[in-house]
Design a protein around this ligand. Structure first.
Ligand SMILES: Cc1cc2nc3c(=O)[nH]c(=O)nc-3n(C[C@H](O)[C@H](O)[C@H](O)COP(=O)(O)OP(=O)(O)OC[C@H]3O[C@@H](n4cnc5c(N)ncnc54)[C@H](O)[C@@H]3O)c2cc1C
Length: 329
């Protein structure tokens, strides 16, 4: 992963870089392809399973055959006496010399997410960087409720959230706005305004002399164009008949500022940002600096990537660094 790509993670860049370097996206790809996974390459170098994601899961399950997996039971607590950990689950007590916490974040409780990883981290003296839903849709204040009437429409946009630029598609939804560009923006948004360019790559000046109606000329869905014009109080008329002040007002759709009300919440968020502070984790092997032989990997750590497979890559890379070190022992 290049340096540029490292910058699309939230978290400690050095920590992330050294971990990803040990097991990057090319190694991940080779790992699965050499085990028979057929992939298709889409635009932007994105790889998808040729048939279904189940093939990928099956490879991982086959690789895990050597180990005993206990499923359908919940980890409730961990204690450590001398060098041995006691793990209390909903069904039994287990003992171990090494414990790796890979409990993920708080997103999608229906898929088994919970806060056990953070609880254990705190119990052993770790700090937790404040968590929040991320890669998630954004809800609207009253003034932008007209967006809800556009539910189902999508368009390409550029969103500015703080210093960050997020390009891609925006999808209008019943609850607010979603789509890849919004999910990326949610990673950086905490409170306050974002701004949306509904006409990326278009200069309004180039359309200025058109004698067609504005909603016809603007290269966005007509319903969106009409709704934006209505919101700005501009009549849908021939472009060239716009007064100077109306034309200035129309420029707002190149930089539409508003403050989202919030997010769709953890139950709709693809990831949880924040988490166990990586300043207290060894980047050599993911071991806790507070408790020997206790490790944290994946999403439970304070590392969060944009849309595009970066979070699953982080889970693989951190798992590799950790497992490699434990295996060497
Ligand atoms: C709908 C959705 C879409 C996503 N899309 C993408 C994407 O396109 N690209 C991308 O990079 N990432 C995506 N992600 C995020 C990505 O899947 C995660 O970041 C990644 O799986 C994290 O891996 P992990 O091993 O840390 O945790 P997880 O994969 O979340 O695994 C944690 C496991 O711990 C189990 N667990 C939790 N608490 C307990 C307990 N008390 N006892 C026992 N077991 C417990 C959970 O059931 C779960 O099986 C998506 C996530 C979701 C929910």
């Amino acid at each position: 992963m290049s340096l540029l790509q490292i910058s699309i993670f939230l978290g400690d860049a050095n920590f992330i870089k050294s971990t990803i370097k040990s097991f990057d996206q090319n190694v991940t790809l080779r790992y699965f392809q050499s085990r028979g996974l057929k992939t298709v390459k889409l635009k932007n170098n994105q790889f998808f399973c040729d048939k279904s994601a189940k093939e990928l899961v099956d490879i991982l399950l086959k690789e895990s055959n050597l180990y005993t997996m206990l499923t359908g039971e919940e980890l409730l607590d961990i204690d450590k006496y001398d060098d041995i950990f006691t793990l209390k689950t909903s069904k039994r007590e287990l003992h171990a010399r090494h414990v790796v916490i890979a409990s993920g974040g708080l997103s999608y409780a229906a898929l088994g997410a919970g806060d056990i990883g953070y609880k254990i981290a705190k119990k052993f003296g770790h700090s937790i960087v404040k968590t929040a839903p991320a890669l998630v849709g954004l809800t609207l204040q009253k003034e932008q409720f007209f967006f809800k009437e556009l539910s189902g429409i999508s368009c390409d946009v550029v969103i500015k959230a703080g210093e960050h630029i997020c390009r891609g598609s925006l999808l209008f939804a019943h609850k607010g706005i979603s789509g890849p560009a919004v999910l990326d923006a949610s990673l950086y948004w905490e409170k306050g305004e974002i701004s949306i360019d509904f006409l990326p790559n278009i200069k309004l000046e180039d359309l200025r002399n058109s004698n067609k109606n504005i909603s016809t000329v603007l290269p966005i869905p007509k319903r969106l164009a009409s709704a934006l014009l209505n919101h700005l109080g501009i009549e849908d008329k021939k472009f060239l008949s716009l007064s100077k002040s109306e034309f200035e007002k129309l420029k707002i759709i190149k930089e539409y500022h508003f403050a989202p009300a919030g997010t769709f919440g953890y139950n709709k968020a693809e990831v949880t940002k924040g988490g166990v502070d990586t300043g207290e984790i060894s980047q050599k092997n993911m071991m806790s600096a507070k408790c020997e032989n206790l490790y944290f990997i994946g999403e439970v750590l304070d590392v969060t990537g944009r849309v595009g497979g970066y979070n699953i890559q982080w889970a693989f890379s951190s798992a590799f660094v950790c497992a490699n070190s434990i295996n060497k022992e």
